[in-house]
Ligand binder design. Structure first.
Ligand code: 16G
Ligand code: MG
Length: 543
């Protein structure tokens, strides 16, 4: 990249106010007006990464479940995965570099990463429905163009759709056809095939109300509707025609507040689910006949999918390795159920999709879900080949049938990243095949009551953790205090960690009763406040 190119590139964005954002768990994220400068630097990172990998790189413009006035941008690596950690650092360096340092930072990165600047660059772009996203996408296109790269703009897509497109383009469309239609066709075909044996389709079991968080999920589900069989009845709510994006609705709202979206009409026992603003998370829920709300979060989803896959493996007579990856936020009951009842190994990873994804790759079949509803299943290449081979060649009818179901399940899953649409279809298929109601699914185990709180401290980096965020290392007295407090309650567990997306420390506690979980969370948050430099008013007791 010669000096002229860099000069022209700087000209494009030097008038924009500079901000000091770092590439975090969710890429760069802030108030939308703070992203304009950063988007140009992201374009530069994408071009360099594309030249280095000789592959197409994705750039998604979204701030997911955050308020409509926020925005963000994140990069997608060649196989549809999150950006490699070393490049997160390069992205931060390039985002923070002053104009007169830019050339030397670029040279340094090119040297370290062996980037051949003569190579072509190709970027695919997607955006969510935020009003600011279109202008940001345009800036990104200007940037890629001035840097001599080529691009394809997918326009409005869900985050997982852009992950899928990136992977398709880099696998010679082995993974699927790199168009929105290709995505719809792949998933709907797998869904139709998989549910062929379900007897429950006729009695209304595949009837679902969907809160789309007033976001992109609604647009895409409406487009996709014509690909589905008539037995799948979807009522799309919070479709963006009335409310604001993520406002009092969406998966994050439902999970954090443990209540339904405001204004969503729910009949007793009606099966409902919520997507987040960019449709990469999903949670299910219902109100029972007594009006009590039941949430089926990422943990319950992992168990439904994990048990289904395990049953198929047993029927197929296959001995592939399989595990479920969770985070510290996984409810203790879910971990217990996986280990004791389903006899599945469980691993814990740090919060953030990339950590779970990475861990899940260690197994033939790796199911991963964060409690907040982000998750998917990964299959090793060898496992996939074995299963497809058995589906074709197996002589035993029962085994072949199970292998065919497994094959369709693989095709229904978006392995690049958690995908609300794909997860929803898989859950609906499993419920139909098992002839399960949402109540029966919910009854597989009972969650321990839990509470999450957050505490403001002067500098959250003072809190360092170990053991996949389950224990605190510094400040030194804090873990001791958490242990003392936890001992006073039955079935109790608590941990604290600095947020990766917000200036706060997060507190999680669970115990035998809601009162005890609330009390423990409050006591732990006070300990954080006093031992880790809390600021502002003391954390409030919870109701
Ligand atoms: C981001 C992560 C999500 C994680 C959350 C934790 C991705 C794509 N998203 O949204 O997985 O659960 O951050 O936020 O990795 P926190 O660090 O503020 O608790
Ligand atoms: Mg999201």
């Amino acid at each position: 990249m010669d000096a002229d190119v860099i000069t022209n590139f700087i000209k494009l964005h030097s008038h924009l106010p500079k901000t000091f954002l770092r590439y975090g768990t969710a890429g760069f994220r802030s108030k939308a007006e703070h992203i304009y400068h950063t988007i140009f630097r992201v374009g530069l990172v994408a071009v360099l990464r594309s030249k280095q990998t000789k592959s197409t790189i994705g750039v998604m413009i979204t701030a997911s479940h955050n308020p409509e006035e926020d925005n963000g941008v994140k990069l997608i690596d060649p196989l549809g995965e999150m950006l490699a950690p070393a490049w997160e650092e390069h992205a931060t360096r390039l985002a923070l570099a002053e104009e007169d340092e830019l050339q030397s930072v670029v040279s340094d990165i090119c040297q370290k990463e062996v980037v051949n600047l003569q190579h072509d660059a190709f970027i695919v772009i997607g955006r969510d429905t935020r009003p600011s996203s279109e202008k940001l996408a345009k800036s990104l296109i200007d940037c890629v163009t001035v840097l001599g790269g080529q691009y394809y703009d997918y326009g409005l897509v869900t985050t997982p759709q852009l992950h899928y497109m990136t992977c398709c383009r880099n696998t010679h469309e082995n993974y699927g056809v790199a168009t929105v239609e290709g995505y719809y066709q792949k998933l709907s075909k797998a869904f139709v095939e998989l549910t062929k044996q379900a007897t429950s389709q006729r009695d209304g079991h595949m009837c679902l109300k969907i809160d789309c968080a007033n976001g992109i999920g609604a647009l895409k589900l409406k487009e996709m509707k014509r690909y589905f069989p008539a037995c799948l009845v979807m009522h799309i709510d919070k479709d963006g025609t009335k409310g604001r994006l993520n406002h009092l609705c969406g998966a994050d709202f439902v999970k954090v507040h443990q209540k339904p979206p405001v204004g969503l009409e729910m009949k007793p026992n009606e099966r409902c689910c919520s997507f987040d603003g960019d449709a990469d998370r999903i949670v299910y829920y219902y109100n029972d006949a007594a009006g009590r709300f039941h949430l089926l979060d990422g943990d319950k989803i992992a168990i439904l999918i994990g048990s289904f896959l395990k049953e198929l493996l047993v029927r197929m007579g296959q001995t592939l390795t399989m595990a479920v990856v969770q985070t510290a936020y996984a409810n203790g009951s879910s971990t217990g159920y996986l280990e004791a009842t389903l006899k599945l190994p469980v691993c814990c990873a740090k919060t953030g999709v990339k950590h779970l994804h990475h861990k899940a790759k260690e197994f033939d079949i790796g199911v991963y879900f964060e409690a907040n509803g982000h998750g998917t299943v990964l299959f090793s290449k060898a496992a996939e080949e074995k299963i497809r081979h058995q589906a074709k060649e197996e002589k035993d009818n029962r085994k072949r049938e199970a292998a065919t179901m497994f094959e369709n399940t693989i095709d229904l899953i978006n392995q690049t990243v958690g995908d609300a649409i794909s997860d929803m279809l898989l859950i609906e298929a499993i419920l139909a095949l098992k002839n399960f109601t949402i109540q029966q699914w919910d009854a597989m185990y009972t969650d321990l009551p839990n509470r999450q709180l957050k505490v403001k401290v002067a500098d959250r980096r003072i809190i360092e953790t170990t053991d996949e965020e389950r224990r605190v290392v510094t400040p030194p007295k804090l873990q001791e205090r958490i242990d003392e407090l936890t001992k006073n309650y039955k079935l109790a567990r608590a941990f604290v960690r600095p947020s990766g997306t917000e200036d706060a420390v997060r507190v999680y506690a669970e115990a035998d009763t809601q009162e005890n979980a609330d009390e423990l969370a409050h006591e732990v948050s006070l300990a954080v406040y006093h031992l880790a430099g809390g600021v502002g008013a003391e954390p409030m007791p919870v109701a």
